[in-house]
Design a protein around this ligand. Structure first.
Ligand code: SAH
Length: 344
């Protein structure tokens, strides 16, 4: 797929033409990753963060009530994942150095020793810890590059003092360490052009990512973008909107670009269309959903964006709700870890 084709799909508004794109993506999804939808149990293990990201409600400047889960709480969530027959747990958090290297390594070892789960980490730019966690048994790592536009990225993701971190270098290192590598972008960030978004999609292909998460940017009032986002928007016709349809286009084009990747119908997508955002994502290229396993008492505190879907539901409710949604569209819940099968 060449760049002009990507750009013209991103700007397409004709419903019938778009139906062609959805069908094409759905067919490529079926041929490459099959009818199964794999479930990844998400555990939001800490809301502390040292970063000042302009998009995220967990940014260090935001005065909110923070939490960090205990070892026992995390292990208990992992055992719930086994009971619910999920194949993977994803441990996600702000970039929280209070989650010590050994604390995470020990939890990974415990989960790997006592379950058949795949373990995915999404703990930010913890460059010095990646090798140790991999050795402890972590299978996968998620780190979105957020946008391929360097200037925009610097604005919305300021570096830490004395540390210039390149997420692309980290993605490369993750691959070298033997992780399955996941990344992705937000769609409709103020200042994101169609050209940038086309480059994002090309970049997914270039890095041959194993997992690609894309979701709408959702403005959070207590962030830089919440305050200044409107001024950062590009003129009409250049600015990518953070609409549901734009997300579906990117999901579909990502499937065409990376036929074998694992692509979730994200919670952010379910947040902007609680009714059937997930189902539509699954019908237009996606093959993964991530039910939340975080204890209810912590969920509202992990507010990366407002009004997150399912924030008041228990893990058990999420499980039945999602299984029902998957079956309602004629798909099946995947068994096993559902890793990327690399076909060379
Ligand atoms: N600290 C980790 C995990 C961050 S949360 C990290 O930085 O990698 C996971 C993802 O949520 C982010 O990578 C970002 O793409 C997404 N996210 C954060 N704030 C968001 C917002 N306001 N709207 C939509 N997605 C957001």
């Amino acid at each position: 797929m060449d760049r002009n084709e990507i750009l013209s799909w991103l700007k397409e508004t004709d419903t019938e033409k778009l139906n062609e794109l959805w069908q094409k993506a759905d067919k490529v999804r079926l041929e490459n990753v099959g009818p199964e939808v794999h479930l990844r149990g998400l555990i939001e293990i800490s809301s502390y963060c040292v970063r000042r990201c302009g998009y995220c409600g967990l940014n260090a400047d935001n005065k909110l009530q923070r939490y960090r889960m205990t070892r026992d709480e995390i292990i208990e969530c992992a055992h719930a994942a086994v009971e619910y027959e999920y194949g993977t747990v994803v441990m996600q958090a702000g970039e929280d150095y209070g989650l010590k290297t050994e604390f995470i390594a020990d939890i990974v070892r415990e989960i790997k020793n006592t379950t058949n789960l795949a373990v995915t980490l999404s703990l930010g730019e913890r460059i010095d810890d990646l090798a140790i966690w991999r050795e402890a048994g972590a299978d996968r790592y998620l780190l979105r590059f957020e946008t391929s536009n360097h200037e925009l990225y610097e604005k919305i993701h300021p570096s830490l003092p004395n540390q210039n971190c390149d997420r692309f270098e980290i993605l490369k290192k993750l691959g070298e360490l033997g992780y399955e590598v996941g990344s992705g972008v937000m769609i409709g960030i103020p200042g994101q052009s169609y050209e940038t978004l086309a480059t994002d999609i090309e970049t997914f292909g270039k890095f041959d990512l194993d997992m690609i998460g894309v979701g709408p940017f959702i403005s959070h009032p207590d962030t830089m973008l919440g305050r200044e986002g409107d001024q950062m928007k590009l003129p009409e016709g250049q600015q990518v909107p953070n609409t549901e349809d734009m997300v579906y286009k990117v999901v579909a084009l990502t499937r065409l670009m990376c036929p074998q990747a694992n692509i979730p119908a994200t919670s952010a997508l379910a947040t902007i269309n609680t009714e059937d955002g997930r189902e539509n994502g699954l019908n237009r290229g996606a093959n993964i959903v991530m039910p939340n396993l975080t204890p209810v008492k912590y969920r509202a505190m992990y507010e990366i964006y407002p009004d997150k879907a399912c924030v008041n539901e228990t893990a058990n409710q999420c499980r039945f709700c999602l299984a029902g949604r998957i079956e309602s569209i004629g798909r099946t819940v995947g068994q096993g870890q559902g890793g990327r099968k690399k076909i060379i």
